[in-house]
Design a binder for this molecule. Sequence first.
Ligand code: HEM
Length: 332
Amino acid sequence: MTSTFSYLPPCNAAVVSSSSLRYYLKPKFPALSSPSTVPFRSKTAISCSPSAHADASVQTDFCFLKKREFVFSAALPFLLILHESVEGFRAGAAERLDRSEDERIREEVRKVVTKGRAPGLLRLVFHDAGTFEMNDNSGGMNGSIIHELNRPENKGLKKSVKILEEAKSKLDLIRPVSWADLIAVAGAEAVSICGGPIIAVELGRLDLGKPDPEGKLPEESLDAVGLKQIFSKKGFATRELVALSGAHTIGGKGFGSPIVFDNAYFKILLEKPWSSKGGMSSMIGLPSDRALADDDECLRWIKEYANNQTVFFEDFQNAYIKLVNSGAKWKS
Ligand code: HEM
């Protein structure tokens, strides 16, 4: 190949450097650089005009090479441009396909997520991902919740799965989507439809296809120390535990509007309405929510989020992404 280039007319040297030629020609143009010269060679040799070379075979070879180099070198810049645009097109198409695939998943999910369904869908995320444990890398966001719906802690989640089945059956017709991805996107959509932060969830998780180990989700009777311990095993700091607990701002546990994602959860935790006698105030919050307000370390973040919704949204967004990536196995 290298010797062939000694015949290139000077104009080509100006078009492409020899290093780029080597790069492009060797691996990318096997038809030109491979030994497929036989038919091409004989054809060119026949049409070559006589020259000063005495030996006919040398002359034939010389004419062939001259002609071949000329045709090759004249075509080279165009081939390179063509090659680059084909490669560029391919990369662009792959990227477009991925982007439109992601968008298609979000679109189908959007069709089934409503404000009324949002609390159940967000809870579904925690019950799939919240089984994660760092020490043995077990559990996590792997769609295993689909196989765990009869567990007592997952009571009420069947209807949320059913809602997503509608989206999944449509998506699977074109390209299968994992439960893990679907649930992660649905939770993010649930948050944003209720006025919370817009969370960009990465896609490509694989489903485990079987249940995770039991007993990994926190019980509502835990105190702050117990909650901090269980969350730290899952890789979450106290600040993240408090931010994620802010998910209880939606749903039926009595923190502000059940369908508005805001910082009402923290404002109400500071008021501690359950301490006052009478009415419905004692019904507000789970024991685990109330426990947070009794812990100094948690209280610091409850105050911060009650005073500054923007900080809550930012922290929730980051903790949510961490949650939906916990223990996830990704498509290669
Ligand atoms: C801190 C430990 C947590 C405990 C002990 C806990 C426990 C509970 C319990 C017992 C319920 C009531 C379920 C029912 O209505 O029967 C609930 C509701 C809910 N949980 Fe949690 N949870 C925790 C953390 C989280 C996290 C981290 C999220 C999401 C990021 C979350 C999202 C929700 C949502 C949205 C609801 C309302 C569901 C509805 O009203 O349909 N929870 N949680």
